[in-house]
Design a binder for this molecule. Structure first.
Ligand SMILES: [Ca+2]
Length: 321
């Protein structure tokens, strides 16, 4: 039996590659894709997701979710991914239509039918997931696991010095998810796609050498993101945060160092969206000197290190043929 996935995404170029990886992974069946406001408007995110589903010749339903964060104002990231989010490649409009059903009801029904069997992967701000938890908190606990692309584990941010974009975009929503009491939530911080995990020029050429539509798409739609990776973030090549998170979800060999910690989200102020990881478990003391860090519980699996060549092989496997 295939592993059942549900994917929540603010589909820009790196989301599209992560979607492609799940759609092409042998052991995975993607039940549905929900779109959230983030990198892109939900309208553009939906177009990009449906185009990707069509490219993979699949028929997976795409649902449109929240068109703005819970409290904060909308801040898209077209400056990073290009106005269409897909490197201005002018891909044709997809023929696949959106489904007009409410993804919250659909996901809840999937969980009722498949308790403790569905993996939820989130590639955008956590607005949709927070809305789901508010309506069906018990059902949420019956997901098998949740893999979140978001946050930064006690390191630099990419949208402010403190914060990674997805968490910063809707910190109230992230806070709800992190406090949901689900026993298996994994945070894949954006820093894991940096440095050695970047795709180098040679690796992008290798992808082109596969001469498949999916490989061309993977590199082409990320051209604007490549520019931003190098010129904005100062990275050596192309950083692909959402595909790295998907690789962590799909292939257990990718993660080489992980541990469980209390992680708290900062809601406001200059550290808005920061994910503070209690690396030394200091907040577990009873009582503790600081009211915010007392009797804390380990709520999140934090990924500290990945095997870069294994993550890249995971990607290549899905675009080679
Ligand atoms: Ca994303």
């Amino acid at each position: 039996m295939k592993n059942k996935y549900f994917i929540d995404t603010d589909t820009a170029s790196d989301d599209a590659v992560a979607l492609l990886m799940a759609l092409e992974w042998d052991d995975v069946e993607v039940l549905g894709i929900s779109i959230v406001s983030g990198n892109m408007s939900v309208e553009q995110g939906s177009i990009n997701a449906r185009y990707t589903v069509e490219l993979c010749k699949k028929d997976v339903p795409v649902y449109v979710g929240a068109d703005a964060p819970l409290v904060k104002k909308r801040e898209h990231a077209d400056w990073f991914h290009g106005p269409d989010g897909m490197g201005n490649m002018n891909y044709p409009a997809p023929k696949l239509k959106e489904t007009d059903k409410d993804f919250i009801e659909v996901l809840n029904n999937h969980i009722i039918e498949n308790p403790d069997e569905i993996t939820l992967v989130t590639l955008g701000p956590l607005t949709n997931i927070s809305n789901f938890i508010k309506k069906y908190p018990e059902s949420f606990l019956k997901l098998k696991n949740i893999v979140i692309m978001g946050g930064a584990s006690n390191t630099v941010g990419n949208v402010t010095p403190a914060a990674e974009y997805n968490i910063w975009c809707d910190p109230e929503a992230a806070d709800t998810v992190f406090k949901s009491n689900h026993h298996d939530i994994t945070m894949v911080g954006w820093e894991l796609c940096r440095g050695e995990a970047n795709l180098t020029e040679e690796e992008m050429d290798l992808a082109y050498s596969f001469k498949t539509e999916k490989a061309d798409f993977t590199i082409d739609c990320n051209k604007h993101a490549l520019d931003s990776s190098q010129n904005w973030l100062g990275d050596p090549g192309l950083g692909l945060p959402d595909p790295v998170a998907m690789a962590v979800a799909l292939n257990p060999e990718v993660t080489t160092k992980a541990s469980r910690h209390n992680v708290q989200v900062v809601i406001d102020g200059p550290a808005r969206g920061m994910t503070i990881v209690d690396q030394l478990h200091v907040g577990e003391s009873d009582p503790h000197i600081d009211e915010h860090w007392s009797h804390t519980k380990r709520n999140i699996n934090v990924i500290w290190e990945i095997n870069s060549s294994e993550w890249k092989e995971t990607l290549y496997k899905t675009i080679r043929n």
